[in-house]
Design a protein around this ligand. Structure first.
Ligand SMILES: Cc1cc2nc3c(=O)[nH]c(=O)nc-3n(C[C@H](O)[C@H](O)[C@H](O)COP(=O)(O)OP(=O)(O)OC[C@H]3O[C@@H](n4cnc5c(N)ncnc54)[C@H](O)[C@@H]3O)c2cc1C
Ligand code: SF4
Length: 514
């Protein structure tokens, strides 16, 4: 075998690719990881809100285009560990109901081809692997789980504890948000995590966030059979004469072109880049893009309806680590509305730099500094629905073009109204302010943090790109394990589901390769 031939090539080292690498590392198979980025540099700017949020220091500088050809800069990151280096590590399961059809105001969210029970054991494994801290049973909408969390929930700081009590007083059921930070509150001197305010959206300077690099890629690389090439941009996949197998992986690295091959090739570049890579890899056998006989590659792009809303607390909010509380009381249909609204939790505590970047309207009499001292910084997520016209295509030069028209907005608006109606009960003023800067969302289409759905899996090759093992229907050795396999996305943050699925596909590949 030539030395550039491997058993498995994994392209991308984020939540999907990194987790799969970990899952396969101990198999002894020769595994090559190809990652377009390098390691996040460890430097003081990691924890500087000005550098990270205001100046977008770690965002890709790549320009993408909207449907009208207008350039924008997406809020995404190319590094070892992918976007998990920057995520808020809220690691939440989809609800059991999300795996079936769900009726929404604007349409129906389709069922998955696998059930919650199929994924459940892998959710548990992923929670344990990523050191999720949480409390089973505190979230009343939580699906059944086969094991407890291994780590206790991250405690609420006093202002958040007060919020819990205020919400409970009016009949709500706030819960401990499950988070992947290596915090040991019983043993603070030895705790890797120091419980700081610059977690969500920032890389962790002390490597205490359970991200894909720290948890999966670094341990995988301890196995001699695993190799990582950084700054290795995969430009194209080529197939052999039958068109059924990827035979060459074309890489641009350090200004030169290199070619690798493997028995199994796994694409995990993030939903948008994975679709773009398959489209760029069109050839005679696959004229409209690799694995695209269904014409579904790039379609059904989803990103969740996300917003950050600031409530102004009458007392100060000196909370440091704010992401400890979630509220799913509006996740499903309710007494006063027949459709789901979504999930409420928090982003990391904002400061004046973050607020300046988000340009919220200022409450009269407040400065940015004063607002930051008083804000409770809520995160709201609702489900958007798959629409074939919301899609990734390529520009004439091969760049990324993203067409996205948000849908199912009524549920999200009602979720915002629900939060507003709670303000009088939680010691806040009546003001609820939109904040746009977080996760690069200065313009809505750039908010690609929760990207998913562009290569959906399913049983029918006519309507889906991947089969239930996440293998392309049209090819025998091409798999995808990032967020693109989602046929629908619920209203829970996506990373844990991507990780769990990567472990599931890992088991399948181990069997295939044995
Ligand atoms: C600020 C922020 C906060 C977030 N907070 C949360 C949260 O609290 N909870 C949650 O569940 N989710 C959160 N997310 C979302 C979460 O990070 C993503 O859902 C998850 O990382 C997606 O995993 P993935 O494997 O699909 O892609 P990614 O993690 O994006 O990984 C893709 C990898 O592929 C590489 N790549 C791309 N193209 C190529 C190519 N052509 N060649 C080689 N390599 C390539 C990229 O560099 C990257 O490393 C957040 C995201 C952001 C940005
Ligand atoms: S809160 Fe903990 S895990 Fe997050 S950045 Fe700070 S030290 Fe790292």
């Amino acid at each position: 075998m030539p030395s550039n031939h491997f058993d498995v090539i994994i392209i991308g080292t984020g939540a999907g690719g990194g987790t799969l690498a970990y899952s396969l590392a101990s198999s002894g198979k020769r595994i090559l990881l190809l990652e377009r980025g390098g390691y996040v540099p460890r430097e003081k700017d990691n924890w500087d809100t000005r550098a990270v949020v205001k100046e977008g220091k770690y965002h890709t500088k790549e320009g993408w285009h909207d449907k009208d050809g207008k350039e924008f800069h997406p809020g995404t990151h190319y590094f070892v560990g992918g976007n998990t280096k920057f995520y808020g590590a809220a690691l939440i399961r989809l609800r059991k109901e999300d795996f079936g059809q769900v009726r929404h105001h604007d349409g129906t969210s389709p069922a998955w081809p696998i059930s919650y029970d199929d994924l459940e054991p892998y959710y548990t494994k992923a929670e344990h692997l990523y050191q999720v801290h949480g409390k089973r049973g505190s979230d009343p909408t939580e699906p059944p789980a086969s094991a407890p969390y291994l780590y206790p929930p991250v405690s609420h700081e006093p202002r958040i504890q007060q919020l819990v009590e205020d919400l409970e007083r009016v009949g709500h059921r706030p819960f401990f948000l499950p988070v992947g930070v290596m915090l040991d509150e019983k043993n603070p001197q030895k705790s890797p995590c120091i419980r700081c305010s610059t977690c969500d959206g920032h890389p962790c300077l002390v490597n205490a966030k359970a991200d894909s690099q720290v948890i999966c890629v670094d341990p995988a690389l301890e196995h001699p059979n695993v190799t990582l090439l950084t700054h290795a941009y995969v430009s194209r996949l080529e197939t052999g004469s039958s068109g059924r197998e990827v035979t060459k992986v074309q890489v641009e690295r350090n200004g030169s072109k290199e070619t690798y091959s493997a028995d199994v090739v796994v694409v995990s570049c993030g939903a948008i880049n994975s679709a773009a890579l398959l489209l760029r890899s069109a050839n005679d056998r696959h004229p409209s893009g690799l694995a695209n006989s269904s014409d579904q590659v790039g379609r059904n792009y989803m990103a969740h309806l996300n917003s950050v809303m600031l409530a102004v607390s009458k007392c100060e909010n000196p909370t440091v680590f704010q992401k400890t509380l979630g509220l799913n009381d509006f996740y499903f249909k309710s007494n006063d509305w027949d459709f789901p609204m979504g999930h409420i939790s928090f982003v990391g505590k904002t400061d004046a730099n973050v607020l300046a970047a988000g340009a919220p309207s200022i409450v009269p009499g407040f400065t940015l500094e004063l607002m930051a001292k008083h804000s409770l910084d809520f995160w709201l997520t609702s489900e958007d629905l798959p629409d074939p016209d919301n899609r990734v295509t390529l520009t004439k030069k091969g760049g990324i073009q993203l067409n996205y028209q948000a849908n199912n907005l009524e549920g999200h608006k009602r979720l915002q109204a629900k939060l507003k109606s709670l303000l009088k009960h939680i010691d806040c003023t009546e003001d609820l302010l939109h904040m746009h800067a977080y996760i690069g969302k200065r313009i809505p289409i750039a908010g690609v943090a929760h990207q998913n759905g562009t290569l959906r899996f399913g049983n029918d090759p006519k309507t889906s790109v991947l089969d239930t093992n996440c293998k392309a229907h049209d090819l025998d050795n091409l798999y995808v394990v990032d967020g693109s396999f989602f046929p629908s996305c619920g209203a829970s943050n996506p990373a844990l589901t991507i990780m769990a699925n990567a472990l599931r596909v890992g088991d399948h590949l181990r069997e295939r390769l044995s």
